[in-house]
Design a protein around this ligand. Structure first.
Ligand SMILES: Cc1cc2nc3c(=O)[nH]c(=O)nc-3n(C[C@H](O)[C@H](O)[C@H](O)COP(=O)(O)O)c2cc1C
Length: 404
């Protein structure tokens, strides 16, 4: 994990008894790789599913399982262990443990830690679908939410018991994302952000086409950062092989025309539009309905091109446009082309990068162009840069942008 979003955070990772304990080994790796410190506390039942030895080796700290553990000098592990914590995360959170939490019970070390805490509490439920749907569990979860406890998931799908439905624990990577998101300032709370990302693919025939080298990494990182900042995020993506950021609604398209149509359908519901996709300027005027054959007699094919719609300009031209942010990838003279493009597209903010040099890379260097001048942001990995760009965009949003 190349970003500093969890650097220095201290988490108490509380494990209760369920099959999903196996996912916590991976979660612990992800958290420690992100430079968080992880103090594992396990219920008696959790130690039946995965050993404290494994969890100690992965977290690099002794694991606590009993409130009668004499290793804590004052014998008050139930208070001391969470004193320095930025949050307690219960993963997996069993049906039983959710019930205990909802009733403020304190009959083992982990439950007592939660009652005695002075920090946020996040729970990641994991159980069979009938246990999840049980009215008692639903009552307990509603009570936990009312008490200000964050409930992450659960997911839906095949379960260890062979059934299919709601209740399975989020995967380790999604749990990591949800925890990272929890710690980010909610500077876009209440905002709705629509983004495009990736290249487009313009077919020539059923098997060939023209595309470009945009990887989609910058747009996906921005979607992730906007979600973490508290926005509702809708990402319209060209053909890329990237995981959908946690909590983001994704719509896949292929061509510039499809991307244009998807954006125009969605945009009335959004306050902010960020056009990051590298949209093809042209497409062929006629797509062959069969594969164009290479034969001895046939000449090398020639194609006529027609212009694709300009998505950013079309959004900016709407009678009540959202706050529009464009991206420009230039191979030279960025200072001239960046501001010229911003004015031509009629958008308040245009983010310029030296595109062909950054396509596919994990880091980037950008310049912000706006009417008051140009500002360069320091080179950073795309996730860190995305966080910085979202902060810059948030600063510039008009207060009235929710009322369109
Ligand atoms: C094989 C097996 C799998 C289990 N899986 C789950 C589970 O996924 N979720 C759950 O809530 N309980 C599960 N249980 C039941 C809990 O382990 C049991 O309720 C236990 O008392 C929980 O204790 P704790 O909340 O103190 O950790 C499972 C039990 C067994 C034997």
């Amino acid at each position: 994990m190349a970003t500093a979003e969890l650097t220095g955070k201290h988490l108490v990772l509380g494990m209760s008894g369920g099959i999903a304990c196996y996912k916590i080994a991976e979660l612990t790796r992800l958290l420690t790789k992100a430079d968080a410190t992880v103090q594992v506390v396990m219920t008696e039942a959790a130690t039946q599913f995965i050993t404290p030895v494994t969890m100690q080796a992965l977290s690099g700290r002794p694991v606590y399982t009993s409130q009668w553990d004499a290793r804590v000098p004052n014998n008050m592990a139930h208070i001391d262990l969470s004193r320095e914590a930025d949050a307690i995360v219960i993963a997996p959170a069993s049906t039983d443990f959710l019930a205990k939490l909802a009733h403020g019970m304190a009959d083992d070390l982990l439950a007592t830690l939660c009652v005695a805490r002075d920090c946020p509490l996040l729970v990641v439920p994991a159980m069979n679908r009938q246990m999840w749907q049980n009215p008692a569990t639903q009552r307990n979860v509603a009570q936990l939410r009312a008490d200000g406890i964050e409930v992450l998931g659960p997911d839906s799908g095949p379960q260890a018991c062979g059934e299919v439905g709601d209740g399975r624990m989020l995967e380790a990577a999604a749990t990591y994302e949800a925890i990272a998101s929890f710690f980010q300032p909610k500077i876009l709370a209440g905002r709705r952000v629509l983004l495009t990302a990736g290249p487009t693919f313009e077919p020539l025939d059923p098997v060939r086409g023209i595309t470009n080298r945009s990887s989609g990494k910058m747009g996906f990182a921005l979607a992730r950062a906007a979600q973490q900042a508290g926005a509702d995020v809708h990402l319209i993506a060209g053909p890329v092989a990237l995981e959908t950021p946690w909590g983001v609604i994704r719509e896949d398209v292929q061509t510039a025309q499809q991307m244009h149509d998807a954006v125009m359908r969605a945009v009335p519901d959004y306050d902010v539009f960020i056009g990051v996709a590298a949209v093809a300027d042209w497409r062929v005027d006629h797509i062959s309905d069969h594969k164009i054959k290479k034969t001895a007699e046939r000449a090398i094919p020639a194609f006529n091109f027609v212009e694709n719609p300009d998505i950013l300009a079309a959004v900016a031209k709407l009678p009540h446009p959202p706050y529009c942010v464009g991206f420009a990838a230039e191979s030279g003279d960025l200072d001239v082309h960046g501001e010229e493009k911003r004015v031509r597209k009629n958008v308040p903010l245009l983010i310029g990068n030296l595109g062909p040099l950054t396509f596919g890379l994990d880091d980037n260097e950008v310049v912000l162009f706006e009417a008051s001048g140009a500002t360069k942001l320091p080179r950073a990995d795309k996730r860190t840069l995305a966080g910085a760009l979202i902060a810059e965009i948030a600063k510039r949003l008009p207060d009235t942008s929710l009322i369109r």
